[in-house]
Structures are given as C-alpha cells and as structure tokens.
Design a protein around this ligand. Structure first.
Ligand SMILES: Cc1ncc(COP(=O)(O)O)c(C=O)c1O
Length: 383
C-alpha cells in the first residue's frame, strides 16, 4: 500500500507502538493523584511529554503547555475561555478563507453567543491570503486573529510571522492552528511571538486522543477554566472552588494518559530525524510530485501558492474526485477525496471536492511514481 493520507493522520513508528505496549504492560495507572509507585511513575512519564514539548516548540514555560484531546479541542478551549473573558457584543474575530472547520465553527459559535462578528481574510485563486485586505480589517473591535499555519486542503503556508506582527501592532492576540505545520516545519513560539498554538498528536506520528494547546502565560492566567472536575482545582467546598495553577487549571478529569505519555516517543522520533531535514526532504518530494502529476493531461492542481507544504489537491477534467479516489484505493493507493473539512475553500473554487495526496516523512519518490501511474490508469478508465 502507498499511504498518502498523512494530512488526515500519520502512520505510527514502531517506537510509538512499543511505547503504547510498554505503557499498558508496565505503567498503567491514573496520574496526578496516587501516592503509590505506579501512579507516580505514570505521572512522571506523562509530565515528561510536557517537558519535551517545551523545547520542541520553544515555549518559555512548561506550564504554558496544556495537553488536550487534539487541535479541535484546543481551539474550542480558547474560543470558549478567551471568549468568556475578552469578547463582547460588537467585537470582531478574524479568521481566514483557508480554515479547517475546526477553526471556523468554534468562533462562529462564540460570535453567535456574544453578538460578535466573524470576519474572513480573503484569498486569491492560487490560495494566497490577501494581506492588504487583512491590514484593512484590523481595528480596535478585533479581539482575536485565528488562522491556520498550513492549509490542509491547498497546502498554502501562510506568512504567519507577518500576520502576527500586524495583529500585535493593534494589540490583537493570534491563535495559530498548527495541525498541518508542526510535523513539517520547525516552530518557535517565542520567535513567532504567537499567543496560542494548537496541534494534534496523531498527525505528527503520535497517538490519537492527545493534542497540545500552547498559550502565553499572561493569557492563560487571565482566562477562566475550560471544564470543571478533578485535577483542575485547588480546593472545593459547596460554597466555593479555587482553581489549580497552570497548566492543570485547563486539564479537568482523567486525560488520555497512554496517548499523553506516548506522544513523547513521537517527539523523540521527529527530533532524531530533525525537522529541518524533514522539511527539506518533503519539499523536494512535493516538487517532484507536483511536476509528475502535472504531466498528466487535463490534471489541474487546486492550490498553487508560492509557499506550500506537504499537500497536493487536484482534479481531472471530466471526472469526479470520488471516482478517482475509489479506483486509486483498488490500486492500493490511499488518498483523501472530498472537501477535507474545508467546505468554504471548495465553495470558493466552485468544486465539490478534490483528490488530496498528503506527504509524510516516510514517503518516497517511488510512492509518487505509483500515485502518478495510478492516476493515469484511473483517468484512462473514466474518460
Ligand atoms: C488544519 C487543521 N486544523 C484542525 C484539524 C483538526 O484536527 P483534529 O481532528 O486532530 O482535532 C485538522 C485535521 O485535519 C486540520 O487539518
């Protein structure tokens, strides 16, 4: 099988699979609560992931790293908690035309609840955001800019440093959805000066069910808790509860302990290879795949931004993406077809969906050759 659906989720390296087996064989216990040995060992292993995440994204403090269920959960946390504290009727939230549904709907829900307005940075036909329009949208009513680092359906890499600097010039914080970035591009949250960063473990060679919310200490301290329950409290009486310190204030209840612990194995795996090496290799592969696919007559790439990462979305005139995807599946090639949870992007291009090949670090030029031949064969069967 040739697996080119890494944007949806990555396969897991043996080191991560072994870590999961090790957890259930040797460490299984609840964390942050037991005085017994197993609980302490499991707690240490869980907290080690946080320790490893700090240099991985260059956070200033370990307690700025909240472990969540995933990117979606992390964005919902910010929309709800930041929204509760800082967003009022008449305010504005800016997102972009490229967003995954998980960075649209939580803000829409917040705007509905608060009587705020959602504004969208437009894009051009290549999939580049219109920065001039963005500059014109920034004003004192804007309370958050939330956008994706890398588009999951077009592959556009947004100029996030510039976008953050412009927002900060108006005292507006920025949330970056790094679900499609953190496994492909080295990220330094202090250099970016980003206020919030969200990503998922399962898209970076780690387990499903764990994700990360990085937030600047000043924001996290100023936000109310997300959910109530165990672990997020200091003291509870029927009259009043006092909340725990960061990061635990945002981590109510028993988390996905196994996934949290085993994310560390994925970080080690990525760091051993090195994100700079991964980025260089995948860039070369993306260029090779783009050139190979474009040799197929009537194949059109959707998303041709100057800066792209890991994703090629395409269509073949006279065919439906589902039909191509189904034939590719029969040929042992896994790609994604559909709207990729970015319906507004598909509406912009006036198409029902695309065929999306998304690259991971284990893909090779041979995989791309198999894809190209598969697409040619599928086309010959349909047109
Ligand atoms: C850009 C982007 N944001 C958010 C998500 C949601 O991630 P999750 O489903 O892991 O929460 C995805 C998943 O495909 C994505 O590609």
């Amino acid at each position: 099988m040739v697996y080119l659906d890494n944007g949806a989720t990555t396969q897991k390296p043996q080191a991560v699979i072994d870590a999961i087996t090790h957890y259930y064989t040797a460490l299984n216990s609840n964390i942050h609560r037991g005085v017994h040995h197993l609980s302490q060992v499991a707690t240490d292993a869980y907290e080690l992931t946080r320790t490893k995440l700090k240099p991985f994204i260059n956070a200033e403090h370990e307690h700025e790293i909240i472990l969540t269920k995933g990117t979606t959960d992390a964005i919902n946390l910010v929309a709800q908690c930041y929204g509760k504290a800082f967003v009022e009727a008449g305010d504005e939230i800016i997102i972009s035309a490229l967003e995954h549904h998980s960075n649209i709907v939580p803000w829409q829900m917040l705007c509905e609840e608060k009587g705020a307005t959602l504004k969208v940075i437009p894009m051009d036909v290549e999939g580049n955001l219109d920065l001039a329009a963005y500059k014109g949208m920034l004003n004192e009513k804007v309370k958050m800019v939330a956008l994706t680092y890398v588009s999951n359906s077009l592959g556009t890499v947004n100029p996030v440093k510039e976008i953050i600097d412009l927002a900060h010039a108006h005292d507006v914080p920025v949330l970056l959805d790094a679900a499609q970035a953190v496994q492909h591009i080295p990220i330094d949250v202090q250099h970016l000066d980003v206020d919030f960063l969200a990503f998922s473990g399962h898209k970076m060679y780690g387990p499903t069910g764990v994700g990360v919310l990085y937030g600047k200490e000043k924001w996290l301290n100023a936000m109310p808790p997300y959910q109530g329950g165990g672990d997020m409290i200091k003291t509870v009486t029927f009259e009043k509860t006092t909340y725990n310190d960061l990061p635990f204030k945002f981590e109510a209840g028993t988390p996905n302990i196994e996934a949290g612990i085993c994310l560390a194995a994925a970080i080690d795996y990525i760091e051993e290879i090195g994100l700079k090496n991964i980025a260089r290799y995948e860039e070369e592969l993306l260029e090779y795949a783009t050139d190979s696919l474009l040799e197929i007559p009537d194949l059109r790439i959707i998303g041709t931004a100057k800066q792209k990462s890991s994703v090629i979305s395409f269509l073949i005139d006279g065919t439906h993406p589902y039909d191509i995807g189904t034939i590719l599946d029969k040929l042992g090639i896994a790609v994604r077809t559909g709207h990729h949870c970015t319906q507004p992007v598909m509406d912009f291009f006036g198409i029902p969906g695309t065929i999306r090949a998304s690259i991971g670090l284990y893909n090779s030029k041979e995989d791309i050759d198999v894809l190209t031949e598969g697409v040619k064969r599928a086309k010959s069967m349909l047109v």
